[in-house]
Design a binder for this molecule. Structure first.
Ligand code: DGL
Length: 297
């Protein structure tokens, strides 16, 4: 069994060697699997597309079972395993868990079970925030499951033990985003209620610890003011993926093709709604979305 850690430390280097030896024949042209409970992971997919335009992507949004954030760790782990099994049937060469909740609940376990590299979004976000803070006070907003797991606090304090991390679950943000209320007075009102306790703590850095939240970034910015650094882990996650693919000789060297042949999108429900959303978030119109029954995997 191959262990794969996100941290480029000793253990990673050792495992990396094993992995590279065993996977010399892995197809570099194979797609990267990216998944989320719904549309939030598109913010990560968009960043991968921007930073690695030559990479193919198979995206899965679990639109039938969103939200994950209010579910138990066991349930999110079960869902994640099913999605990973599905993505493996698509011949992916690596997987990005583009969901903080699934990263918090499942990454540590599933990476022990897989023979391809898998990363989540939390380590990248934690590291960026720990590097960005000046006063050592960092806020993290996310789903109930992510905040309850305490994973951001642990990761940041491993890097800088003096950091104070203040977590705040914002459970209504996901449905507001899924409803498309990106610029709406209801979203403004909920955001000022959720974020007021963080403002009172004088944080100088705020991690958007849910991949749905960058879609209401302007509202969060308005409430928090210009002086607070807003961290979107998507950017750093794409860099982490790029490094990983290069180290494992898995980076695609082929020419960039049209989006319709580079990207495939799968959902577990409401295909048309997903397509509309994706088209408002991505820099091109998606043509192919397919609904699958994820419970079959
Ligand atoms: N977008 C997901 C995250 O990053 C989860 C939202 C949800 O399903 O609750 O946590």
């Amino acid at each position: 069994m191959i262990r794969y850690t996100q941290k480029f430390g000793k253990e990673w280097k050792h495992d990396h060697k094993n992995f590279a030896e065993r996977k010399v024949n892995m197809d570099r042209n194979a797609p990267i699997g990216v998944f989320d409970s719904g549309i939030g992971g598109l913010t990560v997919a968009r960043e991968i597309m921007r930073q690695m335009p030559q990479e193919r992507i198979v995206y899965f949004g679990d639109t039938a079972r969103v939200p994950y954030g209010s579910k138990s760790q066991e349930t999110v782990l079960r869902y994640s395993r099913q999605i990973i099994r599905f993505l493996k049937t698509q011949g992916v060469k690596a997987i990005v868990i583009a969901c903080n909740t699934a990263s918090a609940c499942a990454l540590e376990t599933v990476k022990q079970e897989l023979d391809i590299p898998i990363i989540g979004v939390i380590y990248a976000g934690a590291r960026t925030a720990a590097e960005a803070t000046h006063n050592g006070k960092i806020g993290v907003i996310g789903t109930e499951a992510t905040i309850r797991s305490g994973i951001y606090t642990r990761e940041m304090q491993k890097l800088r033990p003096d950091i104070e991390v203040i977590g705040k679950p914002c459970p209504l943000f996901v449905p507001l985003v899924e409803e498309g209320l990106f610029h709406d007075s209801v979203t403004d009102e909920i955001a000022s209620r959720y974020l007021s306790s963080l403002k009172e703590k004088y944080i100088d850095t705020l991690v958007m610890g849910c991949t749905h939240y960058p879609l209401i970034r302007s509202t969060i910015r308005k409430v928090m003011g210009d002086k607070v650094n807003l961290v979107n882990p998507a950017y750093e996650t794409a860099i982490e993926l790029k490094n990983l693919l290069e180290r494992d000789n898995l980076a695609n060297k082929c020419d960039v093709d049209s989006p319709s042949s580079m990207y495939r999108f799968y959902v577990s429900d409401a295909e048309e709604k997903f397509k509309l959303f994706a088209n408002s978030i991505l820099p091109f119109d998606i043509t192919m979305t397919k609904q699958i029954n994820i419970e079959n995997y």
